[in-house]
Design a protein around this ligand. Structure first.
Ligand code: SF4
Length: 444
């Protein structure tokens, strides 16, 4: 009987991809995935430290796993991801029942860590972070086996780390400086995905618009997109996350000209106030941001645009916040990911004064959601009666009688199951109804 592995993933798509790498690595060691920690021989928390809440949740989950380990002393507990990278051995000090800790660049070290963790006293567990320094393996991720969670769409990492050092963000401290993968290596991976039946790839990085700056030459993300566009079998290409300061006209041209590049852009604004953007060290003004949105909408009128917003950044006055609300009204995003500001270690903003009380940040966050929910609903309702190309991604999570797919603009669409339609099919679907979260349609 294969050993059972449960992985809980926090945070962004980069972490989702890391989870697939952890699952692939452990699959080679005889583990298969289970959906319940109670049935597991090994539980891994793949952590995120972008927000304090995610870090807090990691420690509260560890508390629950401690109880599980009392019932099953053979249970192996691992902690990976950004909190592991940031905290290192402090995790073992706080939770001595943890068997292994590995940073974001140390997934390939898991077999070694497992080899050492079983025979050692629990307070002497090796940490991936220490090994990373020892091995200096910042690009050791490339050939890690990946157990993909979806059979038709795949994440492909193109750049690790970030050089931007926004004043609120811990990522450059956990994932390090920018390191682009070689284009040949990325294309080889994508050709392999196409041969295995994958139809869609999403290129991932903390700042994909910076892709290639460290490789010399000037092909950048636009050049990489053109290469991938010619790979037979791949029908859709997405990329995330873009940075407004680096998002270029050249990239807009590539999105316009390359037929496989989808009409969706995630461009984090964070705040509509020039002063707050300056304090965040985002390196663009709201006016510059708006001009880029205007240009991309002129070039690709049907594009859907999503963003990230932070409420309650230190110094954010009612007036600053109202500028963010004005920006939401003005830009009319298709969707917004919004969060309350939380103080992160190593970041300059942790030392800023003029803190915004948590209740005020929460109230502002609620107001962002309230407004954006209306805008998103109206945008989705405008799709009713129109026909879209949908890539079927699998069964609906909520309704066994339905299949779920996405438009090129990244909107979720449910259709009723019927013979002859299966995962991986590309269909023309007419939208019949819409909610804020998704669309429902009929095959045309
Ligand atoms: S661009 Fe800013 S927010 Fe994004 S990962 Fe880099 S430092 Fe963090």
């Amino acid at each position: 009987m294969p050993k059972q592995l449960f992985i809980k993933t926090f945070g962004c798509q980069m972490n989702e991809l890391d989870t697939e790498k952890i699952a692939g690595t452990l699959s080679d060691l005889g583990y298969s995935l289970t959906d319940s920690p109670d049935k597991a021989d090994m539980v891994i928390l793949n952590t995120c430290s972008v927000r304090e809440k995610a870090e807090y949740k990691c420690y509260s989950d560890l508390g629950r796993l401690r109880e599980l380990k009392k019932e099953n002393p053979d249970l192996i507990i691992g902690v990976g991801g950004c909190v592991a990278q940031q905290e290192g051995e402090r995790i073992v000090e706080k939770a001595p029942y943890v068997d292994m800790v590995f940073g974001t660049d140390n997934i390939s070290d898991i077999p070694k860590l497992l080899g050492t963790s079983r025979g050692k006293p629990r307070n002497k567990v090796s940490t991936g972070r220490r090994r990373a320094k020892y091995a200096g393996n910042v690009s050791g991720e490339v050939n890690i086996p990946i157990k993909r969670s979806n059979p038709v769409k795949a994440w492909v990492n193109i750049i690790d780390g970030c050089d931007k050092f926004c004043t609120f963000c811990v990522v450059p401290h956990t994932r390090g400086r920018e390191r682009s993968r070689q284009p040949d290596d990325i294309c080889r991976e994508i050709r392999g995905l196409a041969a295995a039946g994958y139809k869609e790839v999403t290129l991932l990085g903390q700042n994909v618009d910076s892709y290639g700056k460290d490789l010399g030459g000037n092909a950048g993300l636009a050049g990489l997109l053109s290469m991938i566009n010619y790979i037979p079998g791949i029908e859709r290409i997405r990329f995330v996350t873009s940075h407004p300061a680096d998002f270029s006209d050249r990239l807009i041209d590539a999105m316009t000209e390359l037929p496989k590049v989808c009409e969706h852009l995630h461009l984090p604004l964070q705040s509509g106030s020039e002063e707050i953007l300056e304090r965040m060290k985002r390196n663009y003004t709201y006016k510059e941001y708006k001009d880029k949105i205007k240009r991309v909408r002129e070039a690709i009128p049907d594009i859907s645009i999503t963003t990230d917003i932070i409420t309650g950044f230190p110094g954010e006055t009612d007036g600053d916040f109202n500028m963010t609300m004005d920006a939401l009204m003005e830009i009319q995003y298709d969707g917004v990911f919004a969060f309350k500001y939380s103080k992160r270690p190593y970041t300059p903003a942790r030392l800023y004064d003029r803190l915004v009380p948590s209740a005020v940040s929460k109230d502002r966050l609620d107001r962002v959601f309230e407004l954006q929910n209306c805008i998103t609903l109206l945008k989705n309702q405008a799709c009713v009666g129109r026909e879209f190309d949908i890539l079927i991604e699998g069964n609906s999570k909520k309704d066994r009688g339905k299949l779920t797919g996405r438009t090129r603009t990244n909107k979720i669409v449910h259709i009723t199951k019927r013979d002859g339609i299966s995962t991986g099919d590309m269909l023309k679907v007419r939208i019949t109804s819409a909610t804020r979260a998704s669309l429902t349609g009929e095959v045309g």
